[in-house]
Design a protein around this ligand. Structure first.
Ligand SMILES: Cc1cc2nc3c(=O)[nH]c(=O)nc-3n(C[C@H](O)[C@H](O)[C@H](O)COP(=O)(O)OP(=O)(O)OC[C@H]3O[C@@H](n4cnc5c(N)ncnc54)[C@H](O)[C@@H]3O)c2cc1C
Length: 293
């Protein structure tokens, strides 16, 4: 009998993850699980704990590189039912983890609510955005967050609110495995002004990033006081290739996947870039993307 007996509608076995990542790469997960409610998720956690199955959570895979061999254990994706909701109440929105960030930005613009328009052009889910403190030169999601609802590794529900939440550069001090939702505090503003910011952000992205390619956004975090892309560029690595993976000519901190590319190609190219930057500048580049080996 399957360990997920009775949960067949939300559990798939040996499910390929490639179609769930922006790189379109990655092997299968032993179990791929899409709960529709918090109760579903709590039950999944219980069964995994009972059967010593390792749990991983993914958003929309825009910051993830999954190995060609895939992932042992269970991968949970919160994208359906309750997890896709957003609830507006005045200047506050409760956004569930599986809501699409770009749609949330648009909904806020439409309602004349300012605070997250600076996230224009960042793909992914609300859960992924909170975990990564998604943002850029114009601001990040953390500054709009009032509180988050979380599930711990035993399926216990709890909340963490503003004074306890420390958002930093592409990180937040959330150790609980599941972010269920976030309450964002926005402010009423002139929709035309908000729209102008949206347009400026788009133009900036379009001019600086290889948007029509298979990529994962910035590969490396910016080291203190400098830009990873500038270092890679100065090391002459734009266009460097390993198999089907190449350092983008447009933005040196992007690695794009071409025909026949594998996750291994990207991992080897990441190592090659790190090595060349280390040799030339004595600086260690830390990946911003999450790698599931
Ligand atoms: C073209 C492009 C442009 C990008 N531009 C930017 C940018 O300007 N700024 C920026 O910050 N990022 C950028 N990114 C990276 C990426 O979009 C963000 O990091 C995004 O927030 C990741 O969201 P996701 O849902 O895809 O998360 P995933 O990639 O699926 O996961 C990222 C991490 O979040 C964790 N996670 C996801 N959901 C949950 C949850 N519910 N509970 C707990 N943990 C969870 C995962 O385990 C993983 O560790 C870009 C990516 C692309 C492809």
């Amino acid at each position: 009998m399957s360990i997920f007996n009775g949960l067949d509608e939300i559990v798939e076995r040996d499910h390929p993850l490639a179609s769930h990542t922006w790189y379109r790469l990655g092997g299968p997960a032993d179990y791929f699980i899409r709960p529709r409610t918090v109760d579903d998720l709590v039950e999944v956690i219980r069964r995994c704990n009972e059967n010593h199955v390792r749990l991983h959570v993914m958003g929309f895979g825009s910051n993830l590189l999954v190995s060609d061999e895939g992932v042992r254990g269970a991968v949970v994706k919160l994208e359906e039912g309750q997890f896709a909701q957003t609830e507006f109440e005045g200047e506050q929105v409760t956004a569930w983890a599986g809501a699409q960030l770009s749609q949330l930005v648009l909904d806020c613009v439409e309602k004349g609510l300012s605070g997250i328009e600076v996230l224009t052009g960042i793909p992914g889910s609300v859960g992924g955005a909170i975990k990564m403190n998604a943002g850029g030169r114009f601001g990040d999601i953390g500054s709009a967050v009032e509180s988050v609802t979380l599930l711990d590794s035993q399926g216990g529900l709890f909340e963490k609110s503003k004074p306890e939440l420390i958002f930093d550069y592409r990180s937040v001090n959330i150790r609980a495995p599941f972010i269920l939702n976030a309450k964002l505090k926005l402010t009423q503003a002139d929709p035309e002004q908000i729209m102008r910011t949206v347009k400026e952000s788009w133009v900036y992205k379009k001019n600086t990033q290889p948007l029509n390619t298979r990529n994962c956004g910035c590969i490396f975090k910016n080291p203190e006081g400098t830009s990873a892309g500038a270092l890679i560029d100065r090391a002459g690595l734009k266009g460097l290739q390993v198999g089907g993976a190449a350092v983008s000519d447009k933005h040196a901190n992007f690695i794009v996947a071409g025909d026949g590319c594998t996750s291994r190609d990207i991992m080897r190219l990441i190592s090659a870039v790190q090595q060349r930057v280390r040799e030339q500048f004595e600086i260690e580049l830390d990946p911003e993307i999450e790698i599931w080996k």
